[in-house]
Design a protein around this ligand. Structure first.
Ligand code: SF4
Ligand code: SF4
Length: 394
């Protein structure tokens, strides 16, 4: 254990490259490598703002115990020479926008039978637009960017963007079907996490995505794991994978995932033409408890889902999440802050099922899947054993 600093040190205290300050609903240090928010008090936050890598002997003004904790946990370091860091000048919006789903392209090399976006397209965000989006999101003190599509590996500017990712105080997660991810790309990627879409074992996955897709995705996962990436998996529950989900969970253990997200798909996009894939909600809901990690679509301060989340589509439209592209908040050309200010967060107390005994834990579930602005989400009702037709809750 390092010796606590008890006397001035001529070196310059600075946040480590993975850490940045975020003044959200509360002040935090954000560690983008671990996706951890460390809550600090106002006094500590003011001290940390001065740790910009330009001044020596700052330890005089710090609580030695706090300083030792930060140094031991890789939040602060002593730089041998000045390493200036900046802090956003404008306050973060309230509520804070923490999670951005950035759909770089509508292109895809697969035509999955359950894709909520429908058939692949040919629309791409331009590179300067994406860089502007990221700069503005960072200035708004966002945390995490999901680089998605379509299939983001088909976005023509990915190599150029990738070369610049490390200059942002944001965690980048690449959401991919994995079939195009080769050694060359994995050797260069500067993302903190790769999230793979994996909808079952070989039979359950390939029935949606085509023959051989499972083998190619798993090969990419194994390669990514061997190269040290943090991995996560997103799985849709459907009629052809119910019988193998427990086995899939056991198979995934070797990847030491940071998140396994399971969900029952909303009936939209391509799935509307493949209703044979649907499962009764009471059946599918039994498997949702296999999930771990995540929580980015969550509720907050007594409001319904997506409290800290919004998406940018390949068209440049900004929407409350990927499902609301036809009801956008605005366009990136107006600025992210303007678009976010139009987001109306629904209080859970305004839901039809506000009297439900499970409201606090459930938050009313997915607003899109509920099918109406204030109705109950039938999947969450299945999870809690509630009759979704009951207006006054359980
Ligand atoms: S509507 Fe559904 S997909 Fe959209 S943020 Fe809410 S939970 Fe997530
Ligand atoms: S379980 Fe159903 S009725 Fe209860 S809060 Fe959730 S969505 Fe509403």
């Amino acid at each position: 254990m390092p010796t606590p600093l008890t006397k001035p040190d001529p070196r310059c205290l600075t946040l480590t490259p993975d850490c940045s300050l975020k003044n959200l609903e509360q002040p935090y240090i954000y560690h983008k490598g671990d996706d951890e928010l460390y809550e600090v008090n106002d006094e500590a936050f003011e001290f940390l703002k001065k740790c910009d890598g330009t001044r020596a002997e700052l330890d005089k003004s710090a609580d030695p115990e706090f300083l030792t904790y930060c140094l031991d946990n890789g939040l602060l370091e002593l730089a041998p020479s000045p390493a200036p860091r900046t802090f956003p000048a404008k306050p973060a919006p309230r509520p804070s926008w923490r999670y951005l789903e950035l759909q770089l392209t509508s292109r895809c090399n697969l035509s999955c039978r359950h894709c909520y976006l429908g058939p692949p397209g040919r629309e791409d965000l331009a590179l300067p637009v994406v860089l502007e989006i990221l700069s503005e999101f960072q200035e708004m003190q966002g945390l995490r960017v999901l680089l998605s599509g379509g299939e983001p590996l088909l976005w023509p500017h990915l190599t150029e963007l990738n070369a610049q990712l490390d200059r942002f105080d944001l965690r980048f997660v690449l959401l991919t079907n994995g079939t195009l991810l080769d050694e060359n790309m994995l050797g260069r990627l500067q993302v903190q996490e790769i999230q793979f879409s994996l909808d079952g074992l070989a039979s359950g996955h390939d029935v949606l995505r085509g023959p051989g897709a499972f083998a190619r995705t798993v090969k990419a996962m194994e390669l990514a794991k061997s190269l040290g990436y943090q991995l996560s998996v997103a799985t849709m529950i459907h009629a052809c994978n119910l019988h193998e989900l427990n086995e899939l969970g056991a198979f995934l253990e070797k990847f030491d995932l940071v998140e396994w997200g399971l969900d029952i798909p909303c009936i939209t996009g391509t799935l509307t033409r493949h209703r044979e894939l649907l499962v009764p909600y009471t059946e599918g809901a039994k498997f949702l408890s296999l999930a771990y990690g995540g929580g980015y679509h969550g509720t907050g301060a007594g409001h319904t889902c997506g409290y800290h989340l919004a998406a940018v589509m390949p068209s440049g439209l900004v929407a409350r999440c990927g499902f609301y592209g036809t009801d956008p908040l605005g366009h990136v050309a107006e600025g992210l802050r303007t678009c976010w200010s139009r987001r109306r967060h629904l209080p859970a107390a305004d839901l039809d099922c506000h009297a439900c005994a499970h409201l606090q834990e459930c938050g009313g579930g997915c607003r899109f899947r509920a099918g109406s602005a204030t109705g109950p989400d039938p999947v969450m009702c299945a999870v809690y054993g509630v009759d979704p037709t009951m207006k006054e809750g359980a």
